[in-house]
Design a binder for this molecule. Structure first.
Ligand code: 5RP
Length: 264
């Protein structure tokens, strides 16, 4: 792997633990003003010290993140659809690699929609992005999207999607946690991080999911709603860090959460 590519990836996936806590705040690119992300800057700012990388669009980066920050940026560069539009899978590349370089990003991210009518378009877009990313030494994160069909999140679909993403040259892949998640990781030759998905009932549920993903080989999390839709987002990201970087059990991480919440 080229030095620049390796260096950028090591800014995201920390070499000392081999893991990462990415904070996902890109939801507005198709959801608009998502609950608790209406004022993105206010949501992001207190969480930044605890995130290893920040995943977002150029619009929120430019308007809502201090350019003096040294947080590695994973720039979402796919989109073109909305939650009220006809078809979420009809995404294209929305941001050029030159723009990504201007923004000094550590990686770019694009969704693929395997098994949909726009499968080919999104997979060819991924391949194109990998080619251009290789020219600049910028890694590509492929996101195995399911659109509105959350029920698609099973091991067969996710293993298929992750493997295709890796075959097409993605440097790392973001997917969902599922039963038999270890099979997703085993079949994917590049690091896999998990999204959190819609907010779970309790913090413990989300910590359990992150824990199980790490135990089964995930390189980390790229989590959004289960952190910033918590009533206590800073304690929550600290607890997620404990699971991802310190091998905490879900219960130990919940103790971290409760201690941080009570200010002790
Ligand atoms: C949307 C995304 C989000 O970044 C991803 O879903 C992670 O956020 P959450 O943990 O809230 O699911 O890629 O397409």
């Amino acid at each position: 792997m080229d030095w620049g590519m390796k260096n950028r990836l090591s800014r995201i996936i920390k070499p000392d633990t081999g893991h990462t806590v990415m904070l996902a705040v890109d939801h507005g690119y198709f959801l608009g003003p998502t609950h608790k992300l209406e004022n993105a800057g206010a949501t992001i700012e207190p969480l930044l010290p605890y995130a290893d990388a920040l995943m977002l669009t150029r619009g929120i980066l430019r308007t809502s993140v201090d350019a003096g920050s040294d947080i590695p940026v994973v720039l979402r560069v796919s989109g073109g659809t909305s939650i009220i539009g006809e078809n979420l899978s009809n995404e294209d590349i929305t941001t050029s690699m030159e723009e990504a370089v201007r923004l000094n990003v550590a990686a770019v991210a694009l969704s693929i929609f395997v098994g949909t009518e726009h499968e080919q378009q999104t997979l060819v877009n991924l391949s194109y992005l990998v080619d251009i990313g290789n020219e600049y030494g910028i890694p590509v994160l492929a996101v195995t999207a399911v659109g509105k069909e959350l029920g698609k999140r099973d091991v067969r679909f996710l293993a298929l999607s992750c493997r295709i993403a890796a075959e097409l040259g993605a440097s790392f892949v973001k997917t969902y946690y599922c039963d038999e998640f270890e099979k997703v990781v085993e079949c994917c030759p590049v690091p896999v991080v998990i999204a959190g998905g819609p907010k779970l009932e309790t913090e413990l549920d989300a910590l359990q999911m992150a824990h199980d993903a790490i135990q089964k080989g995930a390189a980390g999390v790229d989590m959004g709603r289960n952190i910033w839709q918590s009533d206590n987002p800073v304690p929550m990201i600290k607890a997620v860090r404990a699971v991802v970087h310190e091998k905490a059990t879900p219960q130990q991480a919940l103790d971290t959460f409760n201690k941080s919440k009570s200010g002790s």
